[in-house]
Design a protein around this ligand. Structure first.
Ligand code: SF4
Ligand code: SF4
Length: 86
């Protein structure tokens, strides 16, 4: 998750809810450490002004590992992964 710091009003509601302690307060606005975040969505649900949004790059990383597999082609690729043409 990420915080739109233009929208965040600094209420602090999200900070103590994070099970990964990934949210900190910097300059009176919350900040999410994306390396600690597990995208559980708790903070997003708690934010009253919709300042928190998902920017999960996990699917992109899976896709990257898929196409760079040194052990050969995968047998089948899910259509939704939308692999680029080789
Ligand atoms: S999505 Fe979950 S783990 Fe990530 S910052 Fe929000 S509460 Fe923490
Ligand atoms: S709940 Fe929303 S407005 Fe409040 S500190 Fe967190 S991100 Fe900012």
């Amino acid at each position: 998750m990420r915080v739109n710091r233009e929208v965040c009003v600094g209420c602090g509601a999200c900070v103590n809810l994070c099970p990964r302690l990934a949210i900190r307060f910097i300059d009176n606005r919350s900040y999410i450490d994306e390396l600690s975040c597990i995208e559980c969505g708790t903070c997003r649900a708690a934010c009253g002004v919709d300042a928190i949004y998902s920017d999960c790059r996990f699917p992109a990383m899976v896709l990257f590992n898929f196409v760079s597999n040194p052990f050969g082609e995968p047998e089948s690729v899910p259509e939704e992964m939308n692999l680029p043409e080789k």
